[in-house]
Design a protein around this ligand. Structure first.
Ligand code: ZN
Length: 307
């Protein structure tokens, strides 16, 4: 259909972490129930926890208990975000399959969020990657505010790409993801970032993209990225989430809507859409409110022909 279209795409679920950390505090057992339900959908990657100080992000308290209680399904990678060495040790003790580390390309956002300059974050990621690799656990570095920042506005894509290059060369991270923390990505900005990454020999097939739907461009961003050959995308069940440090930034793109869109192109995701929709219903029950996913409301378009 398009020359660079991937034949298969990996959709990575972030609801139990990125989503829930911006919702009310849920009991550990409810977080476990959501992860266990998501584990049966065909998803291969679930962001299950965050090993941050419980006072900093109360909804992520008890992450070690969550990791201990989930029923791990073979072939599913359960990953966790860590902010520092203590968090890395705790996550490795909890036997996460992959560690996620984050830095912001926006100095202002990084200072507010992580209390470091971006250059200091690069050094920290080098140290945390070393610890994780010493135990054989892979690391993904996330460059957040990669498409713009609520405080700084435009972020130079060349700056984002140069941090990405450093994270590959100096930290030796196993994968890279770019986060639309403030919900400022548009198809134009996505194309500009992919071009800047290309100048650093970082190819679309080797990266993951993480979009929020703050300005209703989330799915359009995914389509242009697919056309460029990107094959890994994050999404959140029901559209749970946002970012507490970015004023006005609402939730991640909903998993139901992303799976529906990508499968409609004939691209394989390995995911059972009906089961994903059931998980969306569960997520709505757990947080007690209607979530933004529109496929959750309307159902998949194929259902119109089936009935
Ligand atoms: Zn997010």
């Amino acid at each position: 259909m398009y020359p660079n279209f991937p034949t298969d795409v990996e959709i990575r679920e972030v609801g139990p972490r990125d989503g829930l950390q911006n919702e009310m505090v849920l009991p550990v057992d409810q977080r476990v129930a959501l992860i266990d339900a998501l584990s049966t959908t065909g998803l291969k990657t679930i962001e299950a926890a965050s090993f941050v100080h419980p006072k900093a992000i109360p909804p992520m308290a008890g992450s070690a208990e969550v990791m201990a209680k989930i029923k791990r399904v073979e072939g599913v990678s359960y990953r966790a975000l860590v902010p520092n060495e203590m968090g890395t040790d705790a996550a490795l003790d909890a036997q996460v399959d992959e560690i996620e580390v984050v830095m912001s390309a926006s100095a202002t956002h990084n200072l507010k969020n992580i209390k470091m300059l971006p250059a200091e974050s690069v050094q920290q990621i080098i140290a945390l990657t070393k610890i994780s690799h010493s135990q054989g656990t892979p690391v993904e570095a996330i460059v957040s505010t990669a498409f713009g920042c609520a405080y700084e506005g435009d972020i130079d894509p060349k700056l984002v790409a140069s941090y990405a290059r450093q994270l590959i060369d100096e930290a030796g991270v196993d994968s890279l993801s770019f986060g639309d923390t403030s919900g400022m990505a548009t198809p134009r900005v996505v194309m500009e970032l992919l071009e800047a990454l290309g100048e650093q020999q970082i190819e679309p097939r080797d990266i993951a993209l993480h979009f929020h739907n703050t300005r209703n461009t989330g799915l359009a961003n995914i389509v242009v990225a697919l056309q460029a050959g990107v094959r890994r995308f994050d999404s959140s069940i029901g559209g749970l989430g946002g970012c507490p440090y970015s004023p006005g930034a609402t939730g991640n793109v909903p998993t139901e809507d992303v799976v529906h869109l990508i499968q409609d192109f004939g691209i394989s995701t390995g995911i059972d859409l009906n089961r994903i929709i059931e998980c969306g219903e569960l997520a709505e029950n757990l947080v007690g409110r209607q979530l933004p996913s529109q496929v959750l409301r309307a159902g998949p378009r194929s259902r119109i022909f089936a009935s």
